[in-house]
Ligand binder design. Structure first.
Ligand code: GTP
Ligand code: SPV
Ligand code: MN
Length: 587
């Protein structure tokens, strides 16, 4: 337990409102965590999986109505409504506090409250920030123990005097979807989450802190907090790093842990994962961009993960992992999900907790947004730079999403300002990661629509400013789309490890060692410059994947124009100018 009086005062306040029967401070020791695991298994909150097949692994099911982030119930509670901007829900902070405290009132009666001290970022890094989360959920404690560096060391990092830390209240309450709120108070470094027990809604270090609160801090302090993976590609002892922003469930974890195709492996290439979801990026002393992953684990999408699509991701989940809302194989005491293999359990329990037979079932065994929580250190390809307190230098930034048609496999922006336009205007089909319709195309600027904690217009201006500051040292900006489909709706591009073929073109562009074709939207590769050795694709297929359809892009430009109207005079002039250039190029 800390001696920091700011923390102690706040914990007293949370206690006085939630009125738990007991308070336990999490010290991060295996001994304490083991006790909690045992307790969670006793009460049925978790199921211990087969110790030989999945050592140290557990299964947890959340309520049926509580299986994804809830964007409609997520609020930025800045003092001024304008500061939340047109893309966020807003609530007045005083009203929000009053409403929330009423919901929290007595919600932990008869229950234990856990206080989790945690760090986002490695100890000893100038990037690192501290948070405390109060929660009544053992599941949250055990997940936070994987996803963050938690316990005594975090308390020591903060010290006894500092008030520079993030407050996180969480109470499961009745898991009532009508009273579910995920509120961020950027001016108070405070997060309040209630009536959920699922992932991003309750693991407050992740989206709430490391993106919504941190994006505010980053704006003030001159850095970037982004929804990005960080990946290194090594050859001949030199590793080059790329960060990529894709919307939720659009391939970050998979790209971050990619396995190089044989053609590159034969050349001696290795791929290293630094992060799969969040990047904190600063300009270093040499003027380059340095990216650090503030997390300590992966909260990855389970369905679709298998030995063929991504052996690294699968291996990461084979020990010390918590599975949420996947299918249970009662015969083997292991877990299963759609896309794992062709042997679904016949004596299974589905994500809702009902008996499920994979041979006859017409419903899914695992929820499409079912997840694994696994320690970063489990990954066979975790980067040796994972704990580097300074982060890793970036050569390129990539934006991307799920687009069945419009966006080509890859294109390069003309310069930083145009790159910010490319990120600001990206669109993607919605996925099961958030509650609501799936497969609807929506604008998701920089993959940050649900996560930017302030006015998106100011966020774009901040991006422009950071790029200006870095000048020629700024990474080059690209856009990718692994998800173009043919007439039958099948993905044309093989994806997964083969995405490295596109990354190789990107790095060659950064070096200036390969030409490109200028199109109305930016530079695309010459089809023959994408290495397809060993693939079941022709150069013509690649040409098709790279095609920029002027009619579709005119529609796209009209959509962007409409979208930009939301931002009024907060829309940076550079983005307006990029839109005019795009329209002129398409005319
Ligand atoms: P969040 O954790 O929600 O932020 O998602 P993410 O961006 O890390 O997505 P993830 O890598 O977990 O991928 C989500 C889904 O997309 C999984 O079902 C993958 O199997 C699938 N996927 C990932 N990469 C590719 C790809 O290159 N091609 C195709 N077709 N599918 C992919
Ligand atoms: C996402 O939805 O982008 C995730 C999962 O990475 S969650 O932590 O639930 O936000
Ligand atoms: Mn994410």
């Amino acid at each position: 337990m800390t001696n920091n009086k700011h923390v102690l005062e706040w914990v007293e306040e949370v206690k006085s409102v939630c009125r738990p029967s007991e308070v336990i401070w999490i010290d991060g020791s295996e001994e304490q965590l083991d006790k909690l695991r045992a307790e969670a298994c006793e009460t049925g909150e978790m199921i211990k999986l087969d110790e030989e097949l999945l050592p140290g692994c557990f299964l947890h099911r959340t309520a049926e109505n509580d299986v994804a982030r809830v964007e409609g119930r997520t609020f930025i509670c800045s003092r001024k409504e304008e500061d939340a901007g047109p893309t966020n829900n807003w609530m007045d902070p005083q009203e929000a506090y009053a409403m929330l405290k009423e919901i929290y009132d007595g919600s932990m009666e008869g229950h234990t409250m856990y206080v989790i001290p945690y760090a986002m970022g490695p100890f000893g890094s100038p990037f690192t920030k501290i948070g405390f989360e109060c929660t009544d959920s053992i599941y949250v404690v055990l997940n936070m123990a994987i996803m963050t560096r938690c316990g005594l060391q975090a308390e020591e990092h903060l010290g006894d005097e500092s008030d520079d830390w993030v407050r996180g209240w969480h109470a499961k309450a009745d898991v009532d979807p009508e009273k579910r709120y995920i509120c961020q108070f950027p001016e108070d470094n405070t997060i309040m989450s209630v009536n959920s027990a699922y992932g991003g809604n309750v693991l407050l270090g992740k989206k709430c802190f490391a993106l919504r609160i941190a994006s505010n801090l980053a704006r003030k302090e001159g850095w970037l907090a982004e929804h990005m993976l960080i990946l290194g590609l090594e050859k001949d002892g030199v590793t080059r790093y790329i960060a990529a922003a894709f919307p939720s469930a659009c391939g970050k974890t998979n790209l971050a842990m990619l396995i190089p195709p044989a053609v590159f492996e034969a050349q001696g290439y290795k791929a290293w994962c630094v992060g799969d979801d969040i990047a904190w990026i600063r300009i270093g002393e040499d003027g380059r961009f340095y990216a650090l992953n503030p997390e300590n684990g992966f909260f990855g999408v389970a369905p679709g993960t298998n030995a063929k699509s991504n052996r690294n991701a699968l291996e990461t989940t084979r020990k010390d992992t918590i599975f949420t809302n996947v299918c249970y194989d009662a015969d083997k005491n292991v877990v299963w999900w759609e896309g794992l293999n062709d042997e679904p359990p016949t004596n299974g329990i589905d994500w809702k907790g009902n008996p499920w037979n994979g041979k006859t079932a017409t419903t899914k065994g695992a929820h499409p947004n079912s997840r694994f929580t696994a320690p970063a250190k489990n990954s066979p390809c975790i980067s040796p730079e994972f704990d580097n307190p300074n982060g890793v230098p970036l050569d390129a930034i990539i934006f991307g999403g799920r687009r069945a048609k419009t966006a080509p496999l890859v294109y390069q922006s003309r310069d930083w300002e145009h790159g910010v336009f490319v990120g600001a205007t990206m669109a993607s089909e919605t996925t099961a990661a958030a509650a609501g319709a799936v497969g609807v195309v929506r604008r998701d600027p920089m993959a940050m629509l649900p996560f930017c904690g302030y006015h998106m217009g100011d966020y774009w201006a901040h991006w422009l400013e950071v790029g200006k500051k870095a000048g020629a040292n700024a990474p080059k900006i690209f856009n990718v789309n692994w998800f173009r489909t043919d007439e039958d709706g099948h993905f044309i591009w093989p994806g997964f490890g083969d995405n490295m073929r596109v990354l190789m073109w990107i790095l060659a562009r950064v070096d200036g060692s390969v030409d490109a074709v200028e199109t109305p939207i930016g530079f695309v590769p010459k089809p023959e410059d994408i290495n397809i050795e060993g693939l079941d694709l022709t150069v013509d297929d690649v040409a098709g994947l790279l095609d920029v359809d002027v009619d579709l892009w005119r529609e796209e430009a009209a959509g962007v124009e409409e979208f930009f109207k939301k931002f009024g005079d907060k829309l940076p002039a550079e983005l307006r100018a990029s839109l005019e250039t795009l329209k002129a190029n398409l005319a």
